[in-house]
Ligand binder design. Structure first.
Ligand code: SAM
Length: 299
């Protein structure tokens, strides 16, 4: 069992009040304090907000109060993302390990799971066979797919060994090591053996134009891996590659599905049309109603 630390409700309450006060005048929400505390204790959001925990004689923490304070200082001074400081993040119904070598999975990426559920209603063969998650990162998409479609096998690829190590931890945590296979390499290159045998390709590839990366929030620019972000001069390098290579791997009727940046779907749809191997090319919006996802079917 991993080590645990104990504090009184009074001690934790004092730390919480000071941490909330320290966000004043910073570009950091005071709500982040409770988010972090929920990740490292068993306290609920309500218990934290009402401060009902202050009367507890003992609260168990996953890290010491000193370590918690050091991590909070890194949030304030270095703008380290909260998820890296907590070492985990909620995503869909999962709680995934994350660390600086891997992209923090974003809420809108959850839509990449909802779209295959809808596609499966028209073509039930999609719920069987081989799926690929290109650029697997933390494993979020693969694990949610495995949860949703109990009969599929998933092949997750990443170039980053740090990302693959974290994906491995998350896959083991959810007991999917037998259904999610990991491969290191560039996009389809480790998957030659799957040519013509893939029912679905899902990817959230790097899509940010190189020049924009320096101007993102400091949490992203200074802390998240640029390999996960940088899509080349126009942001479309990897999307273009996936359009051109997937037809060798997808079965007829197989699904091609990607996340893109706002403003990119039209260009991606044009590339798919020009490639000539796809039909039913369409785009879907994110939670804000902005077109962000592109789906097509292999002819
Ligand atoms: C935007 S992140 C997506 C991570 C994860 N799928 C998610 O949605 O949270 C892109 C991922 O692609 C990986 N990647 C970048 N270039 C790659 C390449 N040439 N081949 C395979 N993976 C690559 C990065 O390491 C990163 O994990």
């Amino acid at each position: 069992m991993s080590q645990v630390f104990r504090v009184t409700g009074q001690e934790l309450g004092k730390w919480r009040s000071l941490a909330i006060r320290s966000t004043q005048g910073q570009d950091i929400s005071p709500r982040e304090v409770d988010w972090l505390l929920q990740e490292i204790t068993n306290l609920t959001a309500l218990a934290l907000r009402l401060e009902s925990f202050r009367d507890q004689a003992e609260i168990v923490l996953k890290i010491s109060l000193e370590d918690l304070e050091q991590r909070w200082q890194r949030r304030l001074k270095d703008r380290s993302p909260l998820q890296y400081l907590a070492g985990s993040t909620p995503w869909r119904n999962l709680n995934l390990q994350v660390a600086p070598g891997v992209l923090i999975p974003r809420p809108e990426t959850e839509i990449l799971i909802d779209l295959p559920i809808a596609a499966n209603q028209d073509n039930s063969e999609l719920a069987t066979g081989n799926w690929v998650d290109l650029g697997i990162g933390s494993g979020a998409i693969s694990i949610a797919l495995a949860d949703t479609f109990p009969e599929i096998t998933i092949h997750g690829v990443d170039q980053s060994s740090e990302a693959l190590a974290i994906a491995q931890v998350n896959i083991s945590k959810y007991n999917y090591a037998r259904r999610i296979h990991l491969h290191q390499g560039s996009w389809w290159s480790p998957l030659e053996f799957l040519q013509g045998k893939v029912q679905g390709m899902i990817s959230n590839p790097p899509y940010i134009p190189t020049a924009m990366i320096a101007h993102l929030q400091p949490e992203v620019t200074n802390h998240e891996p640029h390999l996960a972000l940088d899509g080349g001069e126009d942001g479309l390098d990897d999307l273009r590659h996936l359009v051109n290579t997937a037809p060798y791997y997808l079965e007829s009727g197989g699904i091609w599905l990607v996340e893109t940046m706002a403003g990119q779907p039209e260009a991606v749809m044009r590339l798919l049309g020009e490639q000539g191997s796809y039909k039913d090319i369409c785009t879907f919006p994110d939670f804000a109603g902005i077109p962000r996802f592109v789906q097509a079917t292999k002819i």
